[in-house]
Design a protein around this ligand. Structure first.
Ligand code: SAH
Length: 249
């Protein structure tokens, strides 16, 4: 069992693979003007597609959803069929740092809980060319909520994701990458606990049983519990923040 297989098996039947909520997706969506039938949205790191479905149900747009894991895209496609959205959503297996679209082809780029995989600055820089002039980007990214924080949580997250930074610094990175900031908001507790950690914790025992309590599986589940515990203890210091920005000319 390698780590990627464990990640796939632990997450593939869940609605989400990162913190978020329908309400947060809709709040970000409302900040983007002029959405219509011709709008093309690219959803990067879509996972099993909770936000993809929400975007499709609440716009008339066409959505292209990309992820590197075919197992997640398979779950997404099941949901697409169940919701009768086949003509509105196209799913493609693709790496987010090697997208194969034409330049200037999307009105909106969406990415929830995923850009960190290649880094916020790299993602924003690489993806900009796929947006049409005046296109929008809506992206969620883990951020510090205060200027200082206890060493324990600082050490934990800097080790896990060195690019974690304050909202102010994230806003500067957005500008530096060629966008103007439109709005941002902090994701609430429910996005982390009810929608992300809770389902994983509920599934932990069955998951361990399935793999006969193998050491590497125990370690993997334990690492998830430690992450959730960090959130319970230190949530006033960090969260995911949704950033909405417009491509600068
Ligand atoms: N947007 C979803 C999934 C977030 S988890 C949600 O909010 O629920 C991050 C996703 O990024 C996972 O589905 C993972 O498979 C995908 N991913 C990670 N690295 C990637 C890469 N280099 N290219 C494409 N997808 C990647």
């Amino acid at each position: 069992m390698d780590l990627l297989e464990l990640i796939i098996e632990y997450h593939k039947d869940n609605e989400r693979q990162g913190p978020g909520s329908k309400e947060a997706t809709l709040k970000a969506l409302k900040l983007i003007p002029h959405l219509n039938k011709k709008t093309k949205i690219l959803d990067i790191g879509c996972g099993t597609g909770e936000q993809t479905i929400t975007l499709a149900k609440n716009t008339e747009a066409h959505i292209t959803a990309v992820d590197m894991l075919p197992q997640f895209l398979e779950t997404l496609m099941k949901r697409v069929k169940e919701n009768n959205l086949i003509d509105r959503i196209t799913a493609k297996e693709m790496l987010m740092d090697n997208l194969t679209f034409e330049e200037n082809s999307f009105d909106v780029i969406w990415s929830e809980g995923a850009i960190y995989n290649i880094g916020f600055e790299k993602g924003l820089s690489l993806w900009r060319k796929y947006l049409k002039d005046n296109g929008y980007i809506a992206v969620s990214e883990i951020s510090w909520l205060t200027d200082t924080r206890p060493d324990e949580i600082e050490g934990y997250w800097v080790n896990a994701y060195p690019e974690i930074d304050t909202i102010e610094n994230k806003l500067s990175v957005i500008e530096k990458c060629g966008y103007s900031n439109v709005a941002h908001f902090i994701l609430d507790d429910k996005c982390w606990l009810d929608n992300y950690y809770q389902p994983l914790i509920e599934n932990a025992e069955a998951f361990l049983r399935k793999y006969n309590y193998a050491d590497e599986v125990k370690e993997f589940v334990e690492a998830g519990k430690i992450e959730a515990d960090m959130y319970y203890r230190f949530k006033e210091y960090y969260s995911y923040v949704f950033y909405i920005a417009k491509k600068k000319q």
